[in-house]
Design a protein around this ligand. Sequence first.
Ligand code: FAD
Length: 346
Amino acid sequence: MAREQADIVIVGAGITGCAIFHELSKRKMGKIVLLEACRIAGKTTGQSGGLIRQFALEPALRACQIEGFQYYHRFHREVGSSCSFHQTGLISRISRASVKSLRVCKNELNPEHYPVIWHDDGDTIRIHEPLAGSVNPVQTSQAWVSAGKAHHGVCYENRPVSRILGDTTGVQGVETSCGEIRSEKVILAAGPMTPALMRTVNLECKIRIKSFQYHLYQRASTLFETAHLDFINDFYVLPLRDGNVLAGCLHQDEPVIHGSDPLPVNNHTAFELHVLIAQQFPALEKAEYSVHTSVDTFTCDGRTEVNAIMPVKGLIVVPPANGGGIKTAPAIAKRITAMLIPHGTA
Ligand SMILES: Cc1cc2nc3c(=O)[nH]c(=O)nc-3n(C[C@H](O)[C@H](O)[C@H](O)COP(=O)(O)OP(=O)(O)OC[C@H]3O[C@@H](n4cnc5c(N)ncnc54)[C@H](O)[C@@H]3O)c2cc1C
């Protein structure tokens, strides 16, 4: 079996791994190798709505989202190509009943930092965030990888990592389908597969994996304002860049207990969800729809800080953000880089 040497190995080329790859390669931190089991942005990232916003009540998450938004705004200058950033603003419509469960509280919005406009419409509340919009997550990830390669980073697609080499004292690299890659630093950004890889070095993972059970309404987004997020009766409607609309039910987004397979969609529930949505948006009653299930990962404790204190020397596990990884990827990449840069050389 072939054996390769790297200074830093990143496992997973979703939006997070690609952001880290670009940041580390740009800073010339030795040989950076990005390993992807299938193709760039081929999993959760490829299914994402790509919505970006600054609004979040949690301070750590808010800081990451603000940083992310600003980065995407100047993406072309940073990376040299486009991420299809569009600042459209966002209107979230929330029923009074859902306000509590979504932890939205008018008093906690700080108008100095958030130009958020709150409209009280009686049964519903509308929150208008001008500083919101979207990016294309696949294009963004690919742009980061191309720029990283231009800085001599190496990316292998179709190269699954089967285990982390090392033990609880320190990491020595990874084993892939094409041989070992030796490295004293491994960054795990494998999304829902992260817990399985951690178990190969006997680490228990506290990351929660959540299954999204949602409908995709084809070309229905023309029925909505472009940036419009509805949380009515606990379901959400999110128009996508490609002209489709994602809709799902908050209480049907379930934690996945084991493994990486999302829970299969129950057709009866899916039908009920469609009826519920059609009641709220009559124009969607006849819209063609299909049912998809996808998974995403979340930090269990709601923090968005990089988990620096791993019991295994050299292993960094990227904590998935509670509020959506597209928004936070640039900030997470900067934090990981700061951890890896020797003190005083940043
Ligand atoms: C339906 C849906 C809509 C969403 N909408 C939004 C939104 O509008 N805005 C937002 O900010 N967020 C949104 N999110 C969340 C966001 O898409 C995710 O948080 C983000 O894409 C996660 O990126 P990631 O890189 O952590 O994980 P992934 O995209 O899952 O990337 C992990 C990568 O690791 C690879 N991998 C796994 N195991 C291995 C292995 N053993 N060896 C090598 N590679 C491996 C996988 O193939 C994958 O490519 C949405 C999520 C879903 C499901």
